[in-house]
Design a protein around this ligand. Structure first.
Ligand SMILES: *Cc1c(COP(=O)(O)O)cnc(C)c1O
Length: 403
């Protein structure tokens, strides 16, 4: 292994060399829950972390370990801890860094599951979530108190595709001596490297672009070796959010093509955003790669390319938004994102349906908003599908206007 290899080389090689026993070229799948010891002395030494070794897959596993090491190299982190899902990675961060009486400072534009974890479960553990006013340039600074244990954000945010200045928030965190945690799921380390911008801990839902094909659930926490080692022997070992080695094995296969896929995702998304922006049946297109995005310059600065998540407003409100989704043929209506297939969802009637119309607007979700996760199909086919579905909104929209 070579530290100087480029990103695409590391995607294929980091964290693994053919093992001396079998010379297996591909990473072997160690689908086992437990490992034997040569004798009681060795067992005691491994158990007490005086000697390296494997005990039980809840704590560590050779296949999981290759995935952890590879992701750490890609993010520029020292170490990683694989989890069963993205949300268990978020929970691990929460329980490892905060306890009753503490506060955590959060971006309000979070993935729904993460939002609910902080909003509902954190208070049940006596931890207070403090939501930042993103419209106030000093919002982050104002939200931090002596009780704050970490700052947590996602950028681009979900589902409004807003951009947060990671370097700025990292400065606030550093000034107060607390870690900045960034959920880098939408970008993957190929498009954005938050540690280089000053973040301390990275989490991912590897279910999305890292898997890339809607097969495996997964998550990971990445950070300094001391932190990761400590979490592994305490919170991780004691609460059991580990991943199946089979999922790590699938995710390692997918990682090999991450740069190729992300380039295609991004170029497709750009073509589709350009197409939507000039379409008479579309009101507003939110894509960081468009000059019309309010944080386009910031996105240029901190991202290598603009990703493949697009939000747009279909003219005609709720009925038009629903008619659009219902008329799609190639694109699927799915809650997932980051798939090779193009996926679409109408947040007002699905992911954010429990909110009141006022709360929806506050969260940036208008009745006609559609969230698109652009896949890697031929862009002409995606555009043709969007076009015919937009035509179907004309009737739905006009009947809405008449009511
Ligand atoms: C999907 C997602 C999560 C949650 O991950 P799961 O693997 O579904 O548990 C967290 N953050 C973001 C940005 C996501 O897209």
């Amino acid at each position: 292994m070579n530290k100087n290899w480029h990103f695409d080389t590391q995607c294929i090689h980091a964290g693994y060399q053919p093992d001396p026993e079998t010379q297996s070229r591909q990473v072997p799948l160690y689908m086992t829950s437990s490992f034997t010891f040569a004798n009681t002395d060795e067992a005691a030494a491994v158990f007490n972390a005086e000697q390296e070794g494997y005990v039980y897959t809840r704590v560590n596993n050779p296949t999981n370990e290759v995935f952890e090491k590879r992701m750490a190299v890609l993010e520029g982190a020292e170490a990683g801890l694989v989890t069963s899902t993205g949300l268990s990675a978020v929970l691990l961060v929460l329980i490892s860094l905060a306890q009753a009486g503490d506060e955590v400072v959060l971006s309000p534009r979070l993935y729904g599951g993460a939002y609910r974890q902080f909003w509902y479960h954190a208070p049940r553990m006596g931890i207070k979530p403090v939501w930042v006013d993103l419209d106030d340039p000093d919002g982050w600074e104002k939200a931090v108190t002596p009780k704050t244990r970490f700052i947590y954000l996602e950028t681009p945010g979900n589902p409004t595709i807003n951009i947060i200045d990671i370097a700025h928030v990292a400065q606030v965190a550093k000034k107060h001596g607390i870690p900045l945690v960034v959920d880098n799921t939408f970008c993957t380390p190929y498009l954005q490297r938050p540690i280089e911008l000053g973040a301390d801990i990275i989490i991912h839902s590897t279910t999305k672009y890292i898997a890339g094909n809607s097969t495996a659930m997964g998550g990971i926490v990445l950070g300094k070796k001391d932190y990761i080692d400590q979490v592994r022997i305490e919170d991780y070992r004691n609460t059991g959010p580990t991943a199946s080695p089979f999922n790590s094995w699938l995710l390692l296969l997918s990682l090999e093509t991450l740069p190729l896929r992300m380039d295609k995702h991004c170029s497709n998304a750009r073509a589709i955003a350009d197409y939507l922006e000039q379409h008479p049946l579309v009101d507003k297109v939110i894509y960081p790669g468009l000059a019309s995005h309010p944080q386009h310059e910031l996105a240029r600065k901190q991202m290598r390319d603009f990703g493949a998540m697009i939000a747009f407003e279909v003219k005609g409100g709720m009925p038009a938004g629903k008619a659009f989704i219902d008329s799609l043929q190639l694109c699927s209506q799915v809650a997932n994102l980051g798939d090779a297939r193009t996926l679409a969802i109408h947040p007002a009637s699905t992911t954010h349906q429990p909110l009141t119309p006022e709360q929806q607007l506050e969260a940036g979700i208008s009745p006609g908003l559609v969230r698109f996760s652009v896949g890697i199909e031929n862009p002409a086919d995606i555009i043709a599908d969007i076009d015919q579905a937009l035509q179907a909104t004309v009737q739905a929209g006009s009947s809405f206007v008449k009511q």
